[in-house]
Design a protein around this ligand. Structure first.
Ligand code: ATP
Ligand code: MG
Length: 481
C-alpha cells in the first residue's frame, strides 16, 4: 500500500493558503492567438499570473495539473466548444470561476453556458476596465468562500491523513469526520464499494487515535471458516480441540489497548455473529475450551461492501449486531461520484510506482486523462492504482497515452458510461458519440495516420474523412516519424 510524505489535507490547506498570498492565477483557453496575447498582456500588467492554451485538450491538461483562481474560456473553440468543455473543466476544479469569452450575438449560448456553471461572460471586443472588474469580483468571491472553509479546517490540521489522497467535497468531509471520530473509543462501521479505501481509512482512524502505539489488528472475517475464526479471535487453551497442542492467544487479546479491524463483516456466518455480539457488549470473552473470563480494551472498526441494512432485512445479518456496529458510520463514496480526485490519485500512484521501479514518474497525455475521466471505475481506487502501476511498467516515454491503459477503460465500456452520463440522449445521439470516440481513439493509436485508421476499420479513406467531418472528431497533425 502506497505511502507518501504528502499530507493530503495539509497540502490542500497550504495550496489554498499559497493562492491567497500569491498572485492570482488565471488560465485563458482561446484558439485565437491575437486574443490570447492581448489578454495575457493586459492581465500580466495588472499583476496576475497568466497561463494560456490554444485548444480544449491542452487547457484540460493544464487544469488537471495546476490550480487556478479563474478561467477565461472561449465559447466558440473549434471542435469541442467551450460549453462542451465546461462540465469536464468543472469536474476537475468544481469551484473554479469561469468567465466565457463570446462573440457579439451569441446570447443564447451564453445562457446555456451560465446554466452549465459559468460565472459570467464578456463580449468581444471587451472593455478592459469592465473585464478587470469582473475578474476581480469573481476571484474575490471565490477567495472569501475558500477562507471560510479554510478556517473551519485549520483545527483539523493536527491530524495526519498523509496517505489518503482526495480533494473532492465528499473526501474533505470524510477527513473532517475522521478527525472528529478518531480520538474516541466508539465503534466505527465503514461502508463502501470494493476498492474505495475502507482499510486505508480504518488505519487512519487508528493512527490518529490515542491507541496509535498499540497494535492495529486486521482480520478478514468473511474469508476465515467459522470454527477457525472463533479460535483465531478468542484463542484457545491447550487441548481445546484435537490439533490444539498448545495454548494460543486470540486476536482480541493481541489487539488489547489497540484496534481490531473486522473486515468484510457482512459475510460473517450467523453463528459467528452471535459470538461476536457478546464480546462487543462487554469486551469479555473466554478462550476456546477455557473457563476464565478475559477482559480486553479494544476498539472495534468494522468494514463491509454489502449493504448491512439490506442483509438484516433478508435475515442474513443479525439486527442487534448491526445496531452495535452502527454507532458511527463512514460512507466511502465510489470513485465515479468524485471524479475530480482522479488526476490527484493518478499522480500519486504514478509517483509511487515510479519510485518503486526507480524511474521518473510519467505523466498522463490529455487523451489518457480524458479516457480516465470518462470511465466509471467499477473497481474504484484499487482499479485506478493497478492501471497506473501497469502504465508505469509499460511506458517507454515520459507520457502515458491511452494505449497504455487497460482495455476496459477505452473499449466496451463506452456505451454504459455514456448512458449514465446522458440519460436523456436518444439512441441515435449515443451511437454517434460512441462512433466519435471509437474513431478518435483509433486515430490517436495510429498517431493520426488516417490511412492506417481507415484500413483498420476496413472502410475507404474517403468514408473515414466524411465521418471525421460529420462527427467533428478532433484531428491532430501527424507526428513526424
Ligand atoms: N483516497 C485514497 N488515497 C490513496 N490511496 C487510496 C485511496 N483509496 C484507496 N486507496 C488505495 O487503493 C487500494 C484499495 O484500498 P483498500 O484496500 O483500503 O480498499 P477497500 O475498500 O478495503 O477494498 P475491498 O472492499 O476490496 O477490501 C489500496 O492500495 C489503498 O491504499
Ligand atoms: Mg478491504
Amino acid at each position: 500500500m502506497p505511502e507518501t510524505s504528502e499530507l493530503a489535507a495539509d497540502a490542500l490547506a497550504q495550496k489554498s493558503a499559497a493562492r491567497v498570498v500569491g498572485n492570482p492565477r488565471i488560465l485563458i483557453i482561446d484558439d485565437e492567438t491575437a486574443i490570447r496575447e492581448s489578454l495575457e498582456t493586459l492581465l500580466t500588467l495588472e499583476g496576475f499570473t497568466v497561463s494560456a492554451a490554444g485548444d480544449g485538450s491542452s487547457g484540460l491538461e493544464l487544469l488537471a495539473r495546476n490550480e487556478y483562481d479563474l478561467l477565461l474560456l472561449d465559447l466558440a473553440l473549434p471542435g469541442e466548444s467551450g460549453i462542451d468543455l465546461l462540465p469536464r473543466i468543472l469536474e476537475l476544479q468544481p469551484s473554479l470561476p469561469v468567465i466565457m469569452i463570446t462573440a457579439f450575438g451569441t446570447v443564447g449560448n451564453v445562457v446555456e453556458a451560465i446554466r452549465a456553471g459559468a460565472e459570467n461572460f464578456v463580449q468581444k471586443p471587451w472593455d478592459n476596465e469592465k473585464l478587470l472588474a469582473d475578474i476581480r469580483a469573481a476571484i474575490g468571491k471565490r477567495r472569501a468562500e475558500e477562507e471560510v472553509v479554510q478556517l473551519k479546517r485549520t483545527l483539523k490540521q493536527r491530524y495526519n491523513f498523509s496517505n489518503i489522497v482526495g480533494k473532492s467535497e465528499p473526501m474533505l468531509r470524510l477527513f473532517d469526520l475522521i478527525a472528529q471520530v478518531a480520538p474516541s473509543r466508539s465503534t466505527v462501521l465503514i461502508q463502501g464499494e470494493s476498492g474505495t479505501g475502507k482499510e486505508l481509512i480504518a488505519k487512519a482512524l487508528h493512527a490518529n487515535s490515542p491507541r496509535r502505539d498499540r497494535p492495529f489488528v486486521p482480520v478478514n472475517t468473511g474469508a476465515v471458516p467459522s470454527d477457525l475464526l472463533e479460535s483465531t479471535l478468542f484463542g484457545h487453551v491447550k487441548g481445546a480441540f484435537t490439533s490444539a497442542i498448545s495454548a494460543k492467544k486470540g486476536l482480541f487479546e493481541i489487539a488489547n489497548g489497540g484496534t481490531l479491524f473486522l473486515d468484510e463483516i457482512g459475510t460473517m456466518s450467523i453463528d459467528m455473529q452471535a459470538k461476536i455480539l457478546r464480546v462487543l457488549q462487554d469486551r469479555r470473552f473466554m478462550h476456546l475450551g477455557g473457563v476464565q473470563e478475559i477482559q480486553v480494551d479494544v476498539r472495534i472498526i468494522a468494514a463491509t461492501n454489502v449493504n448491512l441494512q439490506e442483509a438484516v432485512r433478508q435475515g442474513r445479518f443479525r439486527e442487534d449486531l448491526f445496531y452495535r456496529l452502527n454507532v458511527i458510520t463512514l460512507e466511502l463514496p465510489p470513485l465515479r461520484s468524485r471524479k475530480e480526485d482522479i488526476p490527484m490519485l493518478a499522480a500519486h500512484f504514478l509517483k509511487f510506482y515510479a519510485d518503486e521501479n526507480d524511474t521518473v514518474a510519467p505523466s498522463l497525455s490529455p487523451e489518457a486523462l480524458r479516457v480516465m475521466m470518462d470511465y466509471e471505475w467499477p473497481g474504484n481506487v484499487r482499479e485506478l492504482e493497478n492501471s497506473m502501476e501497469r502504465g508505469v511498467v509499460l511506458s517507454t516515454s515520459s507520457t502515458i497515452t491511452p494505449d497504455l491503459l487497460p482495455a476496459q477503460l477505452t473499449g466496451a465500456t463506452y456505451s454504459t458510461s455514456l448512458l449514465e452520463q446522458q440519460p436523456n440522449a436518444s439512441l441515435f445521439d449515443l451511437m454517434e458519440e460512441i462512433e466519435r470516440r471509437i474513431i478518435a481513439d483509433r486515430l490517436e493509436r495510429c498517431h493520426w495516420n488516417q490511412t492506417e485508421a481507415a484500413e483498420y476499420f476496413k472502410i475507404p479513406l474517403s468514408t473515414l474523412n466524411q465521418k471525421i467531418k460529420r462527427l467533428n472528431v478532433e484531428v491532430k497533425k501527424r507526428a513526424k516519424d
